[in-house]
Ligand binder design. Structure first.
Ligand SMILES: *[C@@H]1O[C@H](CO)[C@@H](O)[C@H](O)[C@H]1NC(C)=O
Ligand SMILES: *[C@@H]1O[C@H](CO)[C@@H](O)[C@H](O)[C@H]1NC(C)=O
Ligand SMILES: *[C@@H]1O[C@H](CO)[C@@H](O)[C@H](O)[C@H]1NC(C)=O
Length: 466
């Protein structure tokens, strides 16, 4: 026993640490570099939440979509149960197997299909301007150019109204993916750009906020007035989804639409705000969104500098800062948290009375899954919530070439099933208030890239005046 211990004692008087150091120096530098590289790759893999290995070991089958609904929901049994996409799996594009790669890709590249729009300027009752961009269908191109006739040819043709996300407009890649698919289906598609976006000026002292549902309400009512026979559907994305769900919850039965979809809604702005300040990556997204908001503010400096704290806007370093100095003021709230509480659409899920499909990804790096109102969705029989494990914030790209967007296929199938179900015929005749506001707009706004559609909105609605 003693012999054994003696035998491993250092032959000289060197300390064990010196020996260790000498041993360490014997290892070639390249091995150290290799080791560092490995550590860095493992770090990056975790930091970017890459799920390539998970996809690999599940044989690139993807993960099943989880559906949340009330067990006695007619919407589920009559419509969603027939949707194969929602009962399938979602597998992301292999080279975009991270929510961050997906989200960055959709923002900067996005593989958008070619979509051409014709623009209709819509004036709200307070004098604001909304750019309604109608998709020109390839086949209907001739007629559309001759004054929007394409839409009137077939009054029963479904109309899809798209509400884009924060600082997005009809030219965003994901909007084009959806618009293209719906137009391909033979629907008329209108993108309802938020005020001051899509290249139009702000013409009143009102700006859009996540709580501001008046604009989408008047756009939907205006389109319903113009095409009373056409089944209306609405799709909101991101902040647009928040606005859409809030509108549906506020108006209950009194909305003229057959069905709606809310994609990657923030649901609860207070939770999203806290989430946004927690991790390094989220703080990066926060910076990018803030600079987008500041660009938007700079475009409309003349109006915004008059009605908000302009110095604060320029110094804003986070969305919360921006909301505190501008959005909160525009929304008439005392504190920014009050604004976040009031605008959160999770509070309105219970009031939704039309079929609503909600789609969210659990790895959404912007609108965190912590904010998803699971219980509220389970309680309301008009709501079906579909969640996927991956997808990021809005991209959901699939296929090797990342040309297809999963949620676009899901929404397409959902609307198709809804159209042919008894649920779509149950819509009660909704008495719409008369809009004195639906005027074509005459301003000096730059419309060079777009066609002017002059349409007497008033005559359509005044014919319904009681
Ligand atoms: C869109 O416009 C471009 C250029 O004007 C044209 O080449 C293309 O065919 C149009 N696409 C559709 C779908 O109308
Ligand atoms: C389904 O909805 C009813 C009321 O509409 C509610 O009482 C019930 O608890 C809901 N089911 C679940 C599982 O939440
Ligand atoms: C659209 O209308 C505005 C004014 O109403 C006019 O200045 C502009 O030239 C028109 N643009 C096109 C493309 O017709």
């Amino acid at each position: 026993m003693m012999d054994y211990f003696n035998s491993i004692e250092p032959p000289t008087n060197e300390s064990p640490y010196e020996l260790l150091l000498r041993a360490a120096l014997l290892i070639p530098l390249s091995h150290y570099l290799l080791g560092l590289c490995l550590i860095f790759i493992v770090f990056l893999y975790n930091f970017l939440e890459i799920h390539f290995l998970q996809d690999f070991f599940t044989g690139f089958k993807g993960q099943p979509v989880t559906l949340t609904f009330n067990s006695s929901s007619k919407l589920y049994h009559d419509v969603v149960s027939k949707c194969r996409v929602l009962h399938g799996r979602y597998l992301s594009t292999p080279w975009l197997c991270s929510p961050h790669l997906q989200t960055v890709f959709v923002h900067y590249f996005g593989n958008p299909p070619v979509v051409n729009y014709t623009r209709q300027l819509f004036t709200t009752s307070d004098g604001g301007t909304i750019a309604l961009d109608w998709v020109i269908n390839a086949e209907d191109k001739q007629t559309a150019i001759q004054g929007n006739d394409a839409m009137q040819h077939n009054d029963r043709c479904p109309i899809i109204i798209i509400v884009p996300g924060l600082t997005s407009a009809s030219d965003s890649a994901y909007v084009k993916h959806l618009a293209f698919k719906m137009a391909e289906r033979g629907c008329n598609v209108a993108v309802s750009n938020h005020r001051g976006l899509g290249g139009v000026s702000v013409t009143s002292d009102r700006f859009y906020t996540a709580a501001w549902t008046d604009d989408i309400r008047s756009v939907i009512e205006h389109i319903h007035c113009q095409y009373p026979e056409a089944p209306l559907f609405a799709v909101g994305t991101s902040v647009g989804a928040n606005i859409l769900v809030k509108y549906l919850g506020e108006d209950g039965h009194n909305v003229p639409i057959i069905g709606a979809a809310a994609i990657c809604s923030p649901w609860d702005s207070l939770i999203c705000d806290r989430f946004f300040r927690r991790r390094l990556l989220q703080r990066c997204y926060n910076k990018v969104l803030t600079s987008g908001l500041k660009d938007y503010a700079n475009l409309h400096k003349d109006v915004l500098s008059r009605i908000s704290n302009w110095e604060g806007v320029q110094e804003a370093r986070s969305c919360r800062d921006f909301d505190d100095v501008a959005t909160r003021v525009l929304a008439n709230c005392e504190t920014v948290d009050t604004y976040y509480r009031q605008c959160s659409s999770a509070n309105y899920v219970g009031g939704v009375m039309v079929p609503l499909l909600c789609i969210s990804s659990l790895d959404d790096p912007i609108c965190t899954s912590e904010a998803i109102p699971w219980d509220e969705c389970r309680l309301n029989k008009n709501v079906v919530l579909a969640t996927t494990q991956h997808g990021g914030h809005l991209p959901f790209f699939e296929g090797l070439t990342a040309k297809s967007v999963w949620w676009v296929r899901a929404v397409d199938e959902f609307f198709t099933a809804l159209k042919s179900s008894p649920l779509s015929h149950q819509r009660k005749e909704v008495q719409m208030p008369v809009l004195s506001s639906a005027n074509p707009q005459e301003t000096s706004i730059d419309k060079a890239a777009f066609l002017n559609v002059t349409k007497d909105g008033n005559s359509c609605c005044s014919s319904r005046t009681p």
